[in-house]
Design a protein around this ligand. Structure first.
Ligand SMILES: [Mg+2]
Length: 413
């Protein structure tokens, strides 16, 4: 039973412990049994409009024993995160509860023009003028921190806008990427788990795969979906949204024989998107391979890039090689189509992760001249295929070997 399998129990609130004013079936009894059984319980909520005290009080009213330190709310976590990021003065795009958490963390609440950081939460009174002033300040250098990125939540008459819609508006207008504190990002989980000695004995219960389950799996801990409806599921075995078990409610914590699939973290970060990519293997007359040093990570690799809209993969690799090296090439054949996320998920400095499905071509030079930038360190050059420079992008030696194997026509992996 799950009760025996774990020592640290993390819970989402809405949809797991309660819905509206009512506790969900078995929640009160389950929390009582966990507590009396010596288990650690923590509550993680993305809602920035309630302080930790208010959340603990709400749980207490339902008959659940909880102190403010048991609650990890996105408002409190955001204030604590801002202090760690050394933002002393903040402009709060949110309500008085988020302001209070910020003040209690020792931050000064200031006018937008004086702010070192803009904090995005939620208030029903937000105006487009407020959002515009945040855009201007962030575009001019203030930190951009958001309590969470949830787009909507269910309301009585349909979906209700949530913090993520404001975050997205600011992001689109300012061109800046936010630091997001709430689930599925790691900060709240780190706060919840910082005293836990053995994370393999920690489990998260949530009703939202995109936040609760992904967030737990990003931390490498088990995740259980609370859902009584039909489960449509995720078919890929390594999908971070796939729960390790599904329970209708917390009464099932004591079910004997409940099957829990232990989450084995894949060797790649959960990608935000998938993009088509291209790569080209170009050789000189001595059979040496054209490599370039990537500016973002200092690794050598074959020329590569992604497919622009309205472009074929063939046009894309010819363009990429021309732009990056000055050479005009023709595509001779497809070497392979590579999609293994273990080598094809790239994380960029802003934290976004993209999985590429890359068509790799053997190309032949038909014109142009090699551009060599940098005086002392050449960052575009030809190298012997059996003496490749270090560091190399991990998968490229394999692709080069595939290109050199004459029998290889098209390899899928
Ligand atoms: Mg929920």
């Amino acid at each position: 039973m799950l009760f025996d399998a774990f020592d640290v129990f993390l819970f989402d609130l809405d949809g797991v412990i309660y819905v509206g004013p009512k506790a969900l079936p078995g929640a009160v009894e389950a929390l009582e049994r966990l507590r009396s059984g010596g288990k650690t319980t923590r509550f993680l909520t993305n809602n920035p409009c309630m302080t930790r005290e208010q959340t603990a009080a709400r749980l207490n009213r339902l008959g659940i024993e909880a102190a403010k330190d048991d609650v990890i709310s996105s408002g409190w976590a955001t204030a604590s995160c801002l202090r760690e990021r050394q933002a002393g003065s903040v402009y709060v795009l949110g309500d008085e509860h988020l302001e209070r958490e910020c003040r209690e963390a020792g931050l000064d609440i200031v006018d937008v023009n004086d702010a070192e950081a803009v904090v995005v939460g939620w208030s029903d009174d937000l105006t487009l003028r407020d959002i515009q002033s945040a855009v201007t300040r962030i575009a001019n250098g203030a930190q951009f921190v958001a309590t969470n990125a949830d787009w909507s939540f269910p309301g009585p008459d349909g979906p209700m806008m949530a913090v993520g819609t404001v975050v997205e508006a600011i992001k689109m207008a300012s061109g800046k990427t936010p630091y997001i504190v709430g689930k599925p990002y790691p900060y709240m989980f780190q706060k919840a788990l910082h005293q836990a000695e053995d994370w393999s004995r920690a489990v998260m219960f949530g009703d939202t795969p995109e936040t609760d389950i992904v967030g737990a799996h990003r931390m490498g801990i088990s995740a259980v979906l609370i859902s009584s409806g039909p489960y449509t599921g995720y078919s890929s075995a390594r999908d971070y949204r796939k729960p390790d078990a599904i329970l209708p409610d917390l009464r099932s914590l004591w079910d004997e024989g409940l099957r829990l699939e232990r989450w084995v973290p894949p060797a790649f970060p959960w990608p935000d998107e998938i993009k088509p990519g291209v790569a080209g293997i170009v050789m000189d007359e001595r059979g040496r391979v054209l490599l370039m040093k990537r500016a973002d990570n200092g690794c050598w690799g074959i020329p590569s890039g992604h497919v622009e809209r309205g472009e074929s993969v063939e046009e894309a690799i010819v363009r990429e090689i021309r732009e990056e090296t000055g050479l005009q090439v023709e595509v001779k054949r497809l070497v392979g189509l590579y999609s293994d996320p273990e080598s094809q998920v790239f994380t960029y400095p802003d934290g976004a992760a993209t999985q590429f499905v890359t068509a790799c071509f053997r190309c032949e030079t038909v014109g142009g001249a090699l551009v060599r930038t940098g005086d002392e360190t050449l960052d575009v050059n030809y190298f012997e295929a059996d003496r490749l420079p270090e560091p190399m992008l991990a998968m490229h030696p394999r692709w080069i070997a595939d290109a050199l194997a004459e029998e290889s026509l098209c390899i899928f992996r």
